[in-house]
Write a protein that binds this ligand. Structure first.
Ligand SMILES: Cc1ncc(COP(=O)(O)O)c(C=O)c1O
Length: 385
């Protein structure tokens, strides 16, 4: 497919099945994978070229990402009008490691961390098992599928002693992007209780046309201690190459992160650095074309569901390529993905793993061809019939 002159190519199924990534290895070959957040599309040509060049020069040593913080800051300024001091950018291997490092550095062992389910399932294990912090759940609210933070619930958690909030914005799994006014209310509450905010904004560069994303620190300013987690890995589909960023929203947070031992960041992959530099320098036309395809597929999915599975409710994402499907009308129980897999041989992410509010839901990945998207919906329909 070509969008505004930029090719976002669809490899055929045989080629996809040769991939070594989780999406294509986790299930037997008769299962169509529509789960993990990986794109099926061909790699952006400038990134592919940069990686080929790196291999050709034998550039497989340790990562030493000195230029990258400047490029991340330039991207933040271009993309979100967010003026980042490059010295406030810390490079590491991935977002999950970033959350773990930030929680361990910025909170104490007894400090509860507030998480807002349903949410990206690894948040639970990251807080509890990797960072080893107590976890407090304040479920999101909103019954038209537009899930937003519950300010009253958050205030109760903060009054009871929680001083850390792990935000997922844009939201995985629903794809909701909050408005500036909603973020301002949230920031006001966090300021009142001196709450540290970790904002996972990894899907932000994939905000669909017509959606305007605002980074948390841009709204909160110095009134809330904050750190943003982001990377090129979701937006350009290079998560296996291991390069992500912590961007401190306030100078005190930056000082704490800068003082961490160098070994904390040893998980950074040199191919991840090469890919991120190419993405920021030359990858924008491809990203914009890919995001346009995401928005097209989000609409196509709505049409396919209306045709084959009208009992499924779905609000198209404001950002990214994940679709959160309310399958409660299908009568498939708490975990519809189990039935889709068993009877339809299509693998979606299981709703209950996203925590409270996930029961009866399944999450689908839609960065694929129109043909495979239709095939996935047909398989789901077969399982429901
Ligand atoms: C919200 C969110 N955070 C983090 C990640 C994982 O990022 P990483 O592989 O860099 O840890 C994902 C992946 O899908 C995600 O959706």
């Amino acid at each position: 497919v070509t969008v505004r002159g930029v090719r976002v190519g669809d490899p055929g199924l045989p080629e996809l099945r040769r991939r070594e990534s989780a999406r294509w290895r986790a299930y037997p070959v008769d299962v169509l994978p529509s789960f993990v957040a990986e794109m099926d599309w061909e790699l952006a040509p400038p990134i592919a070229a940069a990686l080929v060049e790196a291999v050709a020069r034998g550039d497989t040593g340790y990562a030493w990402p000195t230029a990258l913080p400047v490029e991340v800051a330039a991207f933040a300024a271009r993309e979100w009008d967010w003026q980042v001091d490059p010295r406030h950018v810390v490079v590491l291997g991935d977002i999950i490691n970033g959350i773990t490092v930030a929680l361990r550095a910025l909170t104490g062992p007894e400090d509860p961390v507030v998480v807002t389910p349903p949410v990206y399932a690894p948040f639970f294990t990251t807080v509890r098992d990797l960072a080893e912090r107590p976890l407090v759940e304040v479920p999101l609210v909103g019954d038209d599928g537009r899930l937003v933070p519950d300010l009253d619930g958050l205030e109760r958690a903060f009054s009871a002693g929680s001083r850390t909030l792990l935000l997922c914005h844009p939201h995985n799994p629903s794809g909701v992007v909050l408005t500036r006014a909603e973020l301002a209310d949230l920031a006001g509450l966090c300021a009142a209780y001196d709450v540290l905010v970790l904002s996972d904004e990894v899907h932000a560069p994939m905000s669909h046309p017509g959606t305007s994303f605002v980074p948390f620190p841009v709204v909160a300013g110095p009134s809330v201690r904050s750190v943003v987690l982001t990377s090129a890995s979701k937006s350009w589909n290079v998560p296996g190459l291991k390069c992500a960023f912590l961007i401190a929203g306030t100078p005190d947070v930056a000082r704490t992160l800068q003082a961490l031992p160098h070994e904390t960041f040893a998980g950074t992959g040199i191919f991840g650095v090469v890919a991120a530099r190419a993405a920021f320098a030359e990858g924008d036309p491809w990203r914009q074309a890919a995001v346009a395809r995401m928005a097209t597929n989000a609409r196509l999915l709505g049409d396919l569901l209306a045709e084959h599975l009208p009992a499924v409710c779905y609000r198209p994402p404001d950002a990214g390529y994940l679709a959160w499907l309310d399958c409660r009308g299908l009568g498939l129980g708490d975990d519809p993905a189990a039935a889709f897999l068993q009877r339809g041989r299509v693998a979606l992410s299981r709703g209950p793993t996203f925590g409270a509010g996930g029961s009866g839901f399944a999450r689908m990945t839609i960065a694929t061809s129109a043909d495979l998207l239709e095939e996935a919906v047909r398989r789901m329909a077969r399982a429901s019939g």
